[in-house]
Design a protein around this ligand. Structure first.
Ligand SMILES: [Zn+2]
Length: 233
């Protein structure tokens, strides 16, 4: 019988997500990292382990101060960054950090990715580029958390991207959208001067996204024969 592990389901999800970042070419080798917060625990990818061979037991479980709770491998070098982001806002329960090509390229050119496409409304509009600091340091964690309020994504100068959400799926979706928007900006910028979506329109788009999201959730809820998420029939 398989050994029961702490947060087995979440460890599987973190390992599968890390592999999907690799196969989607959002990371190369062992760069980038992924985590989920469950209560007072953070479930995070280990440092320097190939994503292709990650097993659930390789994923580290830490407390919010970074002390190991379960797992024997060294946690990601960006653990201080993940812990700082979680402590900055208790509603954040998933983080994806990558060195994806287009997002990283943009960080070397500008200090803010403007609202090149309406889809950025899901992440708070224009995406700030956090000032450079050495990887794995408290200075980098401070740099990122200082520009994060009001955003669901941050770019990191000469480094990469970081997205947050309340599910790992949503954080990944935002990473993919951010990478795509960065590519659109680079191509548009090479060809000329891109137009930018106005702030007021981005606010309107966000309202529209929220309205459609709520309606979609309601339809899915209504379709379920046996609702387990509430007591109302
Ligand atoms: Zn990194």
């Amino acid at each position: 019988m398989a050994k029961l592990m702490l947060h087995n389901e979440e460890r599987l999800k973190v390992a599968a997500t890390a592999l999907s970042l690799l196969t989607n070419r959002l990371v190369v080798n062992t760069s980038g990292n992924v985590s989920i917060r469950v209560g007072d625990h953070v479930i995070i990818t280990p440092s320097g382990r190939p994503y292709e061979s990650l097993q659930p037991e390789d994923i580290c479980v830490l407390d919010l101060s970074g002390e190991a709770v379960d797992g024997t491998l060294l946690p990601s070098s960006e653990t201080p960054l993940h812990l700082a982001v979680y402590s900055s806002d208790p509603s954040i329960t998933a983080i994806v950090h990558t060195h994806s090509v287009h997002a990283t390229a943009v960080t070397t050119l500008i200090d803010e990715l403007p609202a090149i496409h309406y889809q950025l409304a899901d992440m708070g509009g224009a995406i700030p580029v956090a000032p450079y600091a050495t990887f794995g340091t408290p200075e980098l964690a401070q740099s990122v958390t200082s520009v994060l309020p009001g955003k669901s994504a941050v770019l990191m100068k000469n480094h990469g991207s970081l997205t947050i959400a309340n599910t790992l799926e949503k954080a990944c979706e935002r990473t993919i959208t951010l990478e795509w928007c960065a590519e659109v900006w680079l191509k548009a910028h090479m060809a000329g001067t891109p137009t930018i979506v106005a702030k007021e329109e981005m606010e309107r788009v966000k309202q529209q996204m929220d309205r459609i999201g709520a309606e979609r959730d309601k339809r899915l809820h209504d379709r379920a024969d046996d609702c387990s998420c509430c007591d109302t029939p």
